[in-house]
Design a protein around this ligand. Structure first.
Ligand SMILES: Nc1ncnc2c1ncn2[C@@H]1O[C@H](COP(=O)(O)OP(=O)(O)OP(=O)(O)O)[C@@H](O)[C@H]1O
Ligand SMILES: [Mg+2]
Length: 403
Protein backbone atom coordinates (compact mmCIF):
# COMPACT_ATOMS: atom_id res chain seq x y z
CA UNK A 1 0.00 0.00 0.00
CA UNK A 2 2.89 2.32 0.83
CA UNK A 3 4.40 1.75 -2.61
CA UNK A 4 1.06 2.20 -4.35
CA UNK A 5 0.38 5.53 -2.66
CA UNK A 6 3.93 6.84 -3.11
CA UNK A 7 4.93 5.24 -6.39
CA UNK A 8 5.76 8.53 -8.07
CA UNK A 9 7.93 9.82 -5.24
CA UNK A 10 9.76 6.49 -5.10
CA UNK A 11 10.22 6.63 -8.87
CA UNK A 12 11.89 10.04 -8.53
CA UNK A 13 14.50 8.38 -6.32
CA UNK A 14 14.84 5.48 -8.81
CA UNK A 15 14.40 3.16 -5.86
CA UNK A 16 12.20 0.50 -7.48
CA UNK A 17 14.69 -2.32 -6.90
CA UNK A 18 15.28 -1.25 -3.29
CA UNK A 19 11.57 -1.06 -2.53
CA UNK A 20 11.05 -4.43 -4.24
CA UNK A 21 13.72 -5.96 -2.00
CA UNK A 22 12.30 -4.39 1.15
CA UNK A 23 8.74 -5.41 0.31
CA UNK A 24 9.77 -8.98 -0.50
CA UNK A 25 11.61 -9.09 2.81
CA UNK A 26 8.48 -7.96 4.68
CA UNK A 27 6.34 -10.45 2.77
CA UNK A 28 8.76 -13.28 3.60
CA UNK A 29 8.55 -12.29 7.30
CA UNK A 30 4.77 -12.30 7.15
CA UNK A 31 4.66 -15.69 5.44
CA UNK A 32 7.07 -17.15 8.01
CA UNK A 33 4.94 -15.84 10.87
CA UNK A 34 1.79 -17.26 9.29
CA UNK A 35 3.53 -20.58 8.71
CA UNK A 36 4.64 -20.79 12.36
CA UNK A 37 1.11 -19.91 13.49
CA UNK A 38 -0.45 -22.57 11.26
CA UNK A 39 2.02 -25.25 12.47
CA UNK A 40 1.38 -24.43 16.12
CA UNK A 41 -2.40 -24.41 15.66
CA UNK A 42 -2.13 -27.67 13.77
CA UNK A 43 -0.24 -29.32 16.64
CA UNK A 44 -2.78 -28.01 19.18
CA UNK A 45 -5.85 -29.10 17.16
CA UNK A 46 -4.28 -32.47 16.42
CA UNK A 47 -3.68 -33.21 20.13
CA UNK A 48 -7.19 -32.04 21.12
CA UNK A 49 -8.95 -34.13 18.45
CA UNK A 50 -6.74 -37.15 19.07
CA UNK A 51 -7.70 -37.09 22.73
CA UNK A 52 -11.41 -36.92 21.80
CA UNK A 53 -11.13 -40.01 19.58
CA UNK A 54 -8.75 -41.81 21.91
CA UNK A 55 -11.29 -41.33 24.74
CA UNK A 56 -14.01 -43.23 22.84
CA UNK A 57 -11.57 -46.01 21.94
CA UNK A 58 -10.43 -46.25 25.58
CA UNK A 59 -14.03 -46.71 26.75
CA UNK A 60 -14.39 -49.82 24.53
CA UNK A 61 -10.99 -51.15 25.63
CA UNK A 62 -11.93 -50.66 29.33
CA UNK A 63 -15.09 -52.74 29.01
CA UNK A 64 -13.70 -55.15 26.37
CA UNK A 65 -10.69 -56.39 28.38
CA UNK A 66 -12.68 -57.86 31.38
CA UNK A 67 -15.34 -59.30 29.03
CA UNK A 68 -12.74 -61.17 26.93
CA UNK A 69 -10.81 -62.23 30.06
CA UNK A 70 -14.01 -64.01 31.22
CA UNK A 71 -14.81 -61.82 34.28
CA UNK A 72 -18.47 -61.57 33.21
CA UNK A 73 -18.90 -65.08 31.79
CA UNK A 74 -21.52 -65.85 34.45
CA UNK A 75 -23.84 -63.10 33.24
CA UNK A 76 -26.64 -63.76 30.78
CA UNK A 77 -26.67 -61.91 27.46
CA UNK A 78 -29.33 -59.31 28.50
CA UNK A 79 -27.49 -58.63 31.80
CA UNK A 80 -24.16 -58.27 29.93
CA UNK A 81 -25.75 -55.79 27.49
CA UNK A 82 -27.15 -53.82 30.43
CA UNK A 83 -23.69 -53.80 32.06
CA UNK A 84 -21.97 -52.68 28.83
CA UNK A 85 -24.57 -49.96 28.37
CA UNK A 86 -24.19 -48.71 31.98
CA UNK A 87 -20.36 -48.76 31.69
CA UNK A 88 -20.42 -47.04 28.34
CA UNK A 89 -22.63 -44.29 29.80
CA UNK A 90 -20.25 -43.69 32.73
CA UNK A 91 -17.20 -43.78 30.44
CA UNK A 92 -18.73 -41.42 27.90
CA UNK A 93 -19.68 -39.05 30.72
CA UNK A 94 -16.11 -39.15 32.02
CA UNK A 95 -14.67 -38.64 28.54
CA UNK A 96 -17.00 -35.75 27.97
CA UNK A 97 -15.73 -34.11 31.16
CA UNK A 98 -12.14 -34.67 30.05
CA UNK A 99 -12.86 -33.37 26.56
CA UNK A 100 -14.39 -30.23 28.06
CA UNK A 101 -11.19 -29.76 30.06
CA UNK A 102 -9.00 -30.28 26.97
CA UNK A 103 -11.17 -27.93 24.88
CA UNK A 104 -10.68 -25.38 27.61
CA UNK A 105 -6.95 -25.48 26.84
CA UNK A 106 -7.66 -23.79 23.48
CA UNK A 107 -9.42 -20.95 25.26
CA UNK A 108 -6.68 -20.82 27.89
CA UNK A 109 -4.07 -20.54 25.07
CA UNK A 110 -6.02 -17.66 23.53
CA UNK A 111 -6.25 -15.89 26.87
CA UNK A 112 -2.53 -16.49 27.45
CA UNK A 113 -1.74 -14.99 24.01
CA UNK A 114 -3.85 -11.90 24.69
CA UNK A 115 -2.36 -11.53 28.17
CA UNK A 116 1.12 -11.74 26.67
CA UNK A 117 0.31 -8.91 24.27
CA UNK A 118 -1.18 -6.76 27.03
CA UNK A 119 1.92 -7.35 29.18
CA UNK A 120 4.17 -6.42 26.22
CA UNK A 121 2.16 -3.22 25.69
CA UNK A 122 2.47 -2.40 29.38
CA UNK A 123 6.23 -3.00 29.35
CA UNK A 124 6.58 -0.81 26.27
CA UNK A 125 4.58 1.97 27.91
CA UNK A 126 6.80 1.75 30.98
CA UNK A 127 9.91 1.93 28.79
CA UNK A 128 8.49 4.98 27.01
CA UNK A 129 7.68 6.61 30.31
CA UNK A 130 11.23 5.97 31.60
CA UNK A 131 12.72 7.24 28.34
CA UNK A 132 10.60 10.38 28.54
CA UNK A 133 11.65 10.96 32.14
CA UNK A 134 15.35 10.63 31.33
CA UNK A 135 14.88 12.81 28.22
CA UNK A 136 13.32 15.54 30.39
CA UNK A 137 16.28 15.32 32.75
CA UNK A 138 18.83 15.57 29.93
CA UNK A 139 17.09 18.29 27.97
CA UNK A 140 19.35 21.28 28.81
CA UNK A 141 22.47 19.29 27.87
CA UNK A 142 20.94 18.29 24.54
CA UNK A 143 19.98 21.85 23.74
CA UNK A 144 23.59 22.98 24.23
CA UNK A 145 24.82 20.28 21.85
CA UNK A 146 22.83 21.48 18.84
CA UNK A 147 25.92 22.66 16.95
CA UNK A 148 24.24 25.82 15.68
CA UNK A 149 27.35 27.96 16.00
CA UNK A 150 29.01 26.33 13.00
CA UNK A 151 25.85 26.74 10.96
CA UNK A 152 25.56 30.39 11.93
CA UNK A 153 29.16 31.03 10.92
CA UNK A 154 28.38 29.51 7.55
CA UNK A 155 25.27 31.63 7.17
CA UNK A 156 26.97 34.84 8.19
CA UNK A 157 29.74 34.19 5.69
CA UNK A 158 27.12 33.61 3.04
CA UNK A 159 24.83 36.59 3.55
CA UNK A 160 25.21 37.73 -0.06
CA UNK A 161 24.21 34.23 -1.25
CA UNK A 162 26.33 33.24 -4.14
CA UNK A 163 26.33 29.81 -5.66
CA UNK A 164 29.67 28.07 -5.43
CA UNK A 165 30.24 26.25 -8.68
CA UNK A 166 31.15 22.75 -7.46
CA UNK A 167 33.48 21.65 -4.71
CA UNK A 168 37.09 22.78 -4.33
CA UNK A 169 38.63 20.02 -6.45
CA UNK A 170 36.41 20.84 -9.38
CA UNK A 171 36.62 24.60 -9.57
CA UNK A 172 39.08 24.37 -12.45
CA UNK A 173 37.01 21.89 -14.51
CA UNK A 174 34.52 23.28 -17.01
CA UNK A 175 30.97 23.38 -15.58
CA UNK A 176 29.02 20.17 -16.08
CA UNK A 177 25.63 20.25 -17.78
CA UNK A 178 23.32 17.95 -15.84
CA UNK A 179 20.41 18.20 -18.27
CA UNK A 180 19.90 19.56 -21.76
CA UNK A 181 16.24 20.01 -22.63
CA UNK A 182 15.75 20.53 -26.34
CA UNK A 183 12.48 21.41 -28.10
CA UNK A 184 10.54 19.51 -25.43
CA UNK A 185 6.77 19.16 -25.73
CA UNK A 186 4.85 17.01 -23.28
CA UNK A 187 1.30 16.20 -22.19
CA UNK A 188 -0.21 14.55 -19.10
CA UNK A 189 -1.27 10.89 -19.51
CA UNK A 190 -4.69 10.48 -21.16
CA UNK A 191 -4.71 14.17 -22.06
CA UNK A 192 -4.16 15.93 -25.36
CA UNK A 193 -3.60 19.38 -23.86
CA UNK A 194 0.08 20.29 -24.27
CA UNK A 195 1.53 21.38 -20.94
CA UNK A 196 4.69 22.82 -22.51
CA UNK A 197 5.60 23.37 -26.16
CA UNK A 198 9.14 23.47 -27.59
CA UNK A 199 10.91 23.99 -24.25
CA UNK A 200 14.69 24.53 -24.45
CA UNK A 201 17.09 25.08 -21.54
CA UNK A 202 20.30 23.73 -20.00
CA UNK A 203 20.67 22.83 -16.34
CA UNK A 204 24.32 23.76 -15.84
CA UNK A 205 26.57 23.61 -12.83
CA UNK A 206 26.52 26.91 -10.95
CA UNK A 207 23.30 28.21 -12.54
CA UNK A 208 20.27 27.72 -10.33
CA UNK A 209 16.95 27.62 -12.15
CA UNK A 210 13.59 28.49 -10.61
CA UNK A 211 10.52 27.03 -12.33
CA UNK A 212 7.39 29.09 -11.73
CA UNK A 213 3.83 29.12 -13.00
CA UNK A 214 0.25 28.73 -11.82
CA UNK A 215 -0.86 25.61 -10.02
CA UNK A 216 -1.55 22.86 -12.56
CA UNK A 217 0.46 24.49 -15.38
CA UNK A 218 2.84 21.52 -15.55
CA UNK A 219 5.82 22.31 -13.30
CA UNK A 220 5.91 18.92 -11.57
CA UNK A 221 5.07 17.30 -14.90
CA UNK A 222 8.24 18.83 -16.39
CA UNK A 223 10.22 17.11 -13.62
CA UNK A 224 8.40 13.84 -14.35
CA UNK A 225 9.40 14.11 -18.00
CA UNK A 226 13.04 14.98 -17.33
CA UNK A 227 13.21 12.14 -14.80
CA UNK A 228 11.87 9.74 -17.44
CA UNK A 229 8.67 8.91 -15.53
CA UNK A 230 6.53 10.42 -18.30
CA UNK A 231 7.51 10.22 -21.99
CA UNK A 232 8.23 13.24 -24.17
CA UNK A 233 5.74 13.96 -26.92
CA UNK A 234 8.44 15.67 -28.93
CA UNK A 235 12.02 16.80 -28.32
CA UNK A 236 14.76 15.36 -26.15
CA UNK A 237 16.10 15.44 -22.62
CA UNK A 238 19.82 14.63 -22.51
CA UNK A 239 21.43 13.72 -19.20
CA UNK A 240 24.99 14.82 -18.55
CA UNK A 241 25.25 13.12 -15.13
CA UNK A 242 24.03 9.75 -13.88
CA UNK A 243 20.97 9.84 -11.67
CA UNK A 244 22.80 8.65 -8.57
CA UNK A 245 22.11 10.15 -5.14
CA UNK A 246 25.52 11.83 -4.95
CA UNK A 247 25.23 13.32 -8.45
CA UNK A 248 21.62 14.25 -9.15
CA UNK A 249 18.94 13.94 -6.49
CA UNK A 250 15.24 14.76 -6.76
CA UNK A 251 13.14 15.89 -3.81
CA UNK A 252 9.59 15.22 -5.04
CA UNK A 253 6.62 17.43 -4.18
CA UNK A 254 5.32 14.74 -1.83
CA UNK A 255 8.26 13.93 0.46
CA UNK A 256 9.02 10.24 0.42
CA UNK A 257 9.90 8.13 3.45
CA UNK A 258 10.42 4.43 3.55
CA UNK A 259 9.87 2.26 6.61
CA UNK A 260 12.67 1.76 9.10
CA UNK A 261 15.02 3.78 11.24
CA UNK A 262 15.84 7.48 11.19
CA UNK A 263 19.22 6.67 9.62
CA UNK A 264 17.38 4.86 6.80
CA UNK A 265 15.32 7.99 6.11
CA UNK A 266 18.43 10.16 5.93
CA UNK A 267 20.56 7.88 3.76
CA UNK A 268 17.70 6.84 1.44
CA UNK A 269 17.88 5.65 -1.36
CA UNK A 270 20.96 3.93 0.03
CA UNK A 271 20.21 1.12 2.42
CA UNK A 272 21.20 0.73 6.05
CA UNK A 273 23.20 -2.45 5.67
CA UNK A 274 25.16 -0.96 2.73
CA UNK A 275 26.23 1.92 4.91
CA UNK A 276 26.69 0.21 8.28
CA UNK A 277 29.25 -2.20 6.83
CA UNK A 278 31.79 0.39 5.82
CA UNK A 279 31.06 3.40 8.01
CA UNK A 280 30.92 3.68 11.72
CA UNK A 281 30.62 6.39 14.26
CA UNK A 282 31.82 9.03 11.84
CA UNK A 283 28.62 8.54 9.85
CA UNK A 284 26.59 9.00 13.04
CA UNK A 285 28.28 12.31 13.73
CA UNK A 286 27.65 13.50 10.17
CA UNK A 287 23.97 12.53 10.30
CA UNK A 288 23.42 14.07 13.74
CA UNK A 289 25.12 17.26 12.59
CA UNK A 290 22.96 17.46 9.46
CA UNK A 291 19.82 16.78 11.48
CA UNK A 292 20.63 19.66 13.80
CA UNK A 293 21.37 21.89 10.85
CA UNK A 294 17.88 21.15 9.53
CA UNK A 295 16.55 21.88 13.04
CA UNK A 296 15.66 18.22 13.54
CA UNK A 297 18.05 17.44 16.40
CA UNK A 298 15.08 16.42 18.56
CA UNK A 299 14.06 13.61 16.19
CA UNK A 300 16.87 11.31 17.26
CA UNK A 301 15.80 11.53 20.90
CA UNK A 302 12.16 11.19 19.99
CA UNK A 303 12.63 7.93 18.08
CA UNK A 304 15.23 6.61 20.54
CA UNK A 305 18.36 6.72 18.37
CA UNK A 306 19.45 6.70 14.76
CA UNK A 307 19.07 2.94 14.39
CA UNK A 308 15.89 2.31 16.36
CA UNK A 309 13.57 0.36 14.09
CA UNK A 310 10.23 2.11 14.25
CA UNK A 311 7.04 0.23 13.47
CA UNK A 312 4.98 3.31 12.75
CA UNK A 313 4.59 5.29 9.60
CA UNK A 314 6.88 8.32 9.30
CA UNK A 315 4.12 10.28 7.55
CA UNK A 316 1.94 10.06 10.68
CA UNK A 317 4.66 11.22 13.06
CA UNK A 318 6.15 14.23 11.31
CA UNK A 319 4.63 17.59 10.51
CA UNK A 320 4.69 18.63 6.81
CA UNK A 321 7.52 21.08 7.59
CA UNK A 322 9.50 18.39 9.41
CA UNK A 323 9.08 16.07 6.43
CA UNK A 324 10.52 18.73 4.14
CA UNK A 325 13.42 19.42 6.49
CA UNK A 326 14.15 15.69 6.76
CA UNK A 327 14.19 15.53 2.95
CA UNK A 328 16.75 18.33 2.98
CA UNK A 329 18.82 16.40 5.55
CA UNK A 330 18.86 13.57 3.00
CA UNK A 331 19.97 16.01 0.33
CA UNK A 332 22.78 17.37 2.54
CA UNK A 333 23.86 13.83 3.39
CA UNK A 334 24.29 12.86 -0.26
CA UNK A 335 25.72 16.25 -1.24
CA UNK A 336 24.92 15.77 -4.94
CA UNK A 337 26.30 18.17 -7.53
CA UNK A 338 22.76 18.81 -8.75
CA UNK A 339 19.38 18.69 -7.07
CA UNK A 340 15.85 19.09 -8.34
CA UNK A 341 13.49 20.42 -5.67
CA UNK A 342 9.73 20.39 -6.21
CA UNK A 343 8.21 22.90 -3.78
CA UNK A 344 10.61 21.50 -1.23
CA UNK A 345 10.31 24.45 1.16
CA UNK A 346 6.61 25.24 0.76
CA UNK A 347 5.83 24.14 4.35
CA UNK A 348 8.71 25.84 6.16
CA UNK A 349 9.14 29.46 7.17
CA UNK A 350 11.14 32.00 5.20
CA UNK A 351 14.02 31.89 7.74
CA UNK A 352 14.33 28.13 7.51
CA UNK A 353 14.08 28.37 3.72
CA UNK A 354 17.04 30.74 3.77
CA UNK A 355 19.05 28.38 5.99
CA UNK A 356 18.33 25.39 3.80
CA UNK A 357 19.12 27.17 0.53
CA UNK A 358 22.27 28.70 2.02
CA UNK A 359 23.50 25.28 3.07
CA UNK A 360 22.84 23.97 -0.46
CA UNK A 361 25.01 26.80 -1.72
CA UNK A 362 27.74 26.01 0.84
CA UNK A 363 27.73 22.39 -0.26
CA UNK A 364 28.05 23.41 -3.91
CA UNK A 365 24.70 21.93 -4.95
CA UNK A 366 23.27 23.46 -8.13
CA UNK A 367 19.50 23.64 -7.91
CA UNK A 368 16.53 23.40 -10.19
CA UNK A 369 13.64 24.38 -7.92
CA UNK A 370 9.94 24.58 -8.46
CA UNK A 371 8.23 27.11 -6.24
CA UNK A 372 5.65 29.81 -5.86
CA UNK A 373 7.23 32.08 -3.22
CA UNK A 374 8.87 35.30 -4.31
CA UNK A 375 11.52 34.81 -1.61
CA UNK A 376 12.93 31.93 -3.69
CA UNK A 377 14.04 34.26 -6.49
CA UNK A 378 17.13 35.46 -4.67
CA UNK A 379 18.59 31.94 -4.57
CA UNK A 380 18.31 31.43 -8.34
CA UNK A 381 19.93 32.80 -11.44
CA UNK A 382 17.28 32.05 -14.05
CA UNK A 383 13.50 31.87 -13.92
CA UNK A 384 11.68 29.45 -16.19
CA UNK A 385 8.05 30.58 -16.24
CA UNK A 386 5.44 28.18 -17.63
CA UNK A 387 2.06 29.50 -18.77
CA UNK A 388 -1.16 27.53 -18.79
CA UNK A 389 -1.35 27.34 -22.60
CA UNK A 390 2.03 25.61 -22.89
CA UNK A 391 4.06 28.74 -23.59
CA UNK A 392 7.14 29.46 -21.51
CA UNK A 393 9.81 32.08 -20.97
CA UNK A 394 13.30 32.23 -19.48
CA UNK A 395 14.56 35.35 -17.76
CA UNK A 396 17.61 36.14 -15.60
CA UNK A 397 17.15 36.78 -11.88
CA UNK A 398 19.12 39.03 -9.56
CA UNK A 399 21.23 36.18 -8.07
CA UNK A 400 22.42 35.49 -11.58
CA UNK A 401 23.88 38.92 -12.06
CA UNK A 402 27.08 37.70 -10.33
CA UNK A 403 27.66 34.80 -12.71
N1 LIG B 1 -0.73 11.22 -12.80
C1 LIG B 1 -1.39 12.08 -13.59
N2 LIG B 1 -2.19 11.62 -14.56
C2 LIG B 1 -2.85 12.47 -15.36
N3 LIG B 1 -2.78 13.80 -15.27
C3 LIG B 1 -2.02 14.32 -14.30
C4 LIG B 1 -1.27 13.48 -13.41
N4 LIG B 1 -0.60 14.27 -12.55
C5 LIG B 1 -0.91 15.53 -12.89
N5 LIG B 1 -1.75 15.57 -13.94
C6 LIG B 1 -2.30 16.76 -14.58
O1 LIG B 1 -1.24 17.42 -15.24
C7 LIG B 1 -1.42 18.82 -15.12
C8 LIG B 1 -0.15 19.43 -14.56
O2 LIG B 1 0.06 18.91 -13.26
P1 LIG B 1 1.34 19.25 -12.41
O3 LIG B 1 1.37 18.30 -11.25
O4 LIG B 1 2.52 19.27 -13.29
O5 LIG B 1 1.02 20.73 -11.90
P2 LIG B 1 1.96 21.75 -11.13
O6 LIG B 1 2.27 22.87 -12.05
O7 LIG B 1 3.09 21.04 -10.52
O8 LIG B 1 0.94 22.27 -10.01
P3 LIG B 1 1.21 22.63 -8.47
O9 LIG B 1 1.84 23.97 -8.44
O10 LIG B 1 -0.15 22.63 -7.89
O11 LIG B 1 2.08 21.54 -7.91
C9 LIG B 1 -2.62 19.06 -14.22
O12 LIG B 1 -3.71 19.39 -15.05
C10 LIG B 1 -2.84 17.73 -13.57
O13 LIG B 1 -4.20 17.51 -13.33
MG1 LIG C 1 3.59 20.45 -8.61
Amino acid sequence: MQIRSNSESAAFYRSGKIEEGRTNHHLANLINTQRRLILREYALNFSVNTFDYLGSILSYIAIGVPIFLGTYDALSAPDLSALISANAFVMIYLINCFTTLIDLSVQVTNIAGTTHRVVELREKLEQLYDAQQSHEKNRPANMQGFGWSEMETLLRKDQGYQVEAGSESETEDPPITALRVNDLTFVAPKSTEKLCIGLCFDFKQGVNILVTGDSGCGKSSLLRVINGIWPELRGTVTHGVEQLPHRLLYLPQRPYFTDGSLRQQVIYPLQEFDRLADTGESDDIVIEDLLSKSDLGHLKDRVGGLDTQVDWNWYDHLSPGEMQRLSFTRLFYHKPKFAVLDEATSQVGVDMEERLYSLCSQLGITLLSVGHRDTLRKYHHVELHIEKQGTWSLKPLSAGSNS
